[in-house]
Ligand binder design. Structure first.
Ligand SMILES: [Zn+2]
Length: 285
């Protein structure tokens, strides 16, 4: 049961509903003041009225909507492609097992492949339900590049940017109403539009940095996420409009990632291109 239940206003009682809203506004204002002092901490710098349990419950609801929406998100059945899923979970585990992911044991970190080669994107719901398109899998050319992108998406959920972005887009009372099961229509809308959810530039920068931090203790060359952006630039940007529309691309993004990589010790390592190619070839055309 989501912990938000404690906030549920009595039905048909406008006074209580009004107090509930005032309570939220005052709480929002207090947290905003507090969070402004806290920008350098993981997950800091943004308003977030959700608890960790709320993130999980909300994410599970959104994931169930996505999984049921075969037209919007044609998911590759994990039972029909066990080797491909095992490969992706291996990459995920190499990131989770570093101990750097804050909510490693709190969130599900479940993976789903969406079979659409035309979409160069990946996203993660609150609570760590990860979706990757075959388009981005096929665009990349090495396992560490995929791990870099996966790390970036994991960071959005781990730092709870996804909850912050949804709060900004829909309002916290709408999110709470979904948690309470009172707003199926908006839940469906959110599930359909998650791919176009925009993050702030600060959140993008933070996720890029966390990707380097996640890969640093692994066998991977930690520059995977920078290689992804270099490939986008090399392709003229035309191959990645969806990713770039939801992941705003400051001019110096690659430079910023590389500078951070250097400050953390310039960790080189494996790229695993051969086995990544085998994984790509195992996917449907
Ligand atoms: Zn992003």
């Amino acid at each position: 049961m989501p912990s938000v239940f404690r906030f549920k206003p009595p039905q048909n009682n406008m006074t209580h509903k009004l107090s509930f809203r005032i309570f939220l506004i005052v709480l929002s204002a207090s947290l905003f003041v507090l969070s402004s002092c806290d920008k350098d901490k993981p997950g800091g710098g943004g308003l977030n009225l959700f608890t960790i349990a709320d993130d999980k419950a909300f994410g599970a609801q959104v994931a169930a909507e996505i999984d049921g929406g075969a037209k919007t998100y044609p998911i590759l059945d994990s039972a029909s492609k066990p080797a491909a899923y095992a490969y992706l979970y291996g990459i995920r585990d190499s990131i989770l097992n570093t101990g750097v992911v804050v909510h490693k044991d709190d969130f599900d970190w479940r993976l789903r492949i969406i079979h659409d080669d035309s979409v160069l994107n990946a996203f993660c719901t609150p609570g760590g339900y990860i979706y990757v398109y075959t388009g981005i899998i096929k665009f990349l050319s090495a396992e560490n590049e995929f791990a870099g992108v996966l790390g970036h998406e994991i960071a959005h959920a781990d730092e709870r940017h996804s909850t912050q972005a949804l709060t900004k887009a829909y309002g916290i009372d709408v999110l709470f109403s979904i948690l309470l099961g009172d707003n199926q229509g908006t839940l469906s809308e959110i599930a359909k539009s998650l791919i176009s959810l925009s993050y702030s530039r600060d959140n993008e920068t933070e996720s890029d940095k966390r990707s380097i931090e996640y890969l640093n203790p692994t066998a991977y060359d930690a520059r995977g996420v920078a290689r992804f952006f270099e490939k986008i630039i090399a392709s003229g940007g035309g191959s990645g409009p969806q990713f770039l529309s939801t992941h705003p691309n400051p001019d110096n993004r690659v430079e910023a990632i590389m500078a951070y990589w250097e400050t953390l010790g310039s960790k080189t390592g494996e790229t695993y291109e051969t086995r990544y190619k085998q994984f790509q070839n195992s996917l449907p055309k």
